[in-house]
Design a protein around this ligand. Structure first.
Ligand code: ATP
Length: 236
């Protein structure tokens, strides 16, 4: 099913969202793009239910998620936040298993294999490199085969091979029917891996608004990239 964000209002201090609306389709990878501080991570947290809208609605299909319990959300979603880590020195296998309601060895092994973590299974999660840890957290996010995947800069710290592996994995999940939202800064990666994009902008201290949304190939034009990001696009 698709995610619909409708007339969202939210402020930490000055308004961040003041009537923001956008949609994310099932079976597609949608990139959320925009300059630092424009609200990408906050939007993802609001869809995850970590932050609550002050007004407006977030719907899964036609159903509002406002009254959903944490358990309902956990069943539907896999959320990978920025810089997630474990405070406890647990083995990698046990950290990945936290993403499952009941431990199923097949899912666990598949998720670790897909994220290239199988060889790390018995290592303490607190003793991994940044990139290894990122892959373990991604395995935990995906292990329960969630219908809605929310990934905030999932390739941070990953080498090119693992970046490609992660985007392929997310794309495969989308092709299998999942709704995949990815916050990212790399415009080339967005062009290569995202079916759709939503670009946010937040001039000065105004509320954020959607500059453009639609198919990545239509939206990511050199003109728009220059207007939004102030850079000359390379490689499009
Ligand atoms: N917990 C918080 N308390 C107060 N202000 C916050 C909090 N979290 C974020 N903000 C502010 O809200 C705005 C949006 O932050 P957010 O992290 O959503 O931006 P972003 O687009 O994801 O940025 P980046 O590209 O740098 O990761 C920023 O101005 C930020 O300073």
């Amino acid at each position: 099913m698709s995610v619909h964000v409708k007339a969202l209002q939210f402020a930490y201090g000055p308004p961040l969202f003041d009537g923001l609306s956008c949609s994310f389709s099932s079976g597609r990878v949608t990139g959320i793009l925009g300059e630092n501080g424009c609200g990408k991570s906050t939007l993802l947290k609001m869809i995850a239910g970590i932050e609550r809208p002050q007004a407006g609605m977030i719907c899964w299909g036609s159903e509002s998620m406002a009254g959903w319990s944490p358990e309902q959300r956990a069943r539907l979603m896999g959320y990978l936040g920025q810089g997630m880590r474990s405070a406890w020195a647990m083995p990698v296998r046990d950290v990945v298993a936290l993403g499952l309601r009941e431990v199923q060895e097949t899912n666990l092994n598949e998720a670790m294999k897909a994220t290239d973590c199988a060889h790390l299974a018995e290592r303490k999660v607190t003793e991994l490199s940044a990139g290894e840890l990122q892959r373990v957290m991604l395995a935990r996010t995906l292990v329960g085969d969630p219908a809605l995947i929310l990934a905030d800069e999932p390739t941070t710290g990953l080498d090119p091979r693992h970046q490609q592996q992660v985007f392929t994995l997310l794309q495969n999940r989308a092709r299998a029917g999942a709704t995949v939202l990815v916050v990212l800064h790399d415009l080339n990666a967005a062009q290569t891996w995202c079916d759709d994009v939503v670009i946010l902008s937040r001039p000065e201290t105004d509320a954020a608004h959607v500059v453009a949304q639609g198919q990545a190939s239509d939206v990511l034009t050199p003109e728009r990239i220059h207007a939004v990001f102030g850079v000359v696009s390379v490689g499009f």
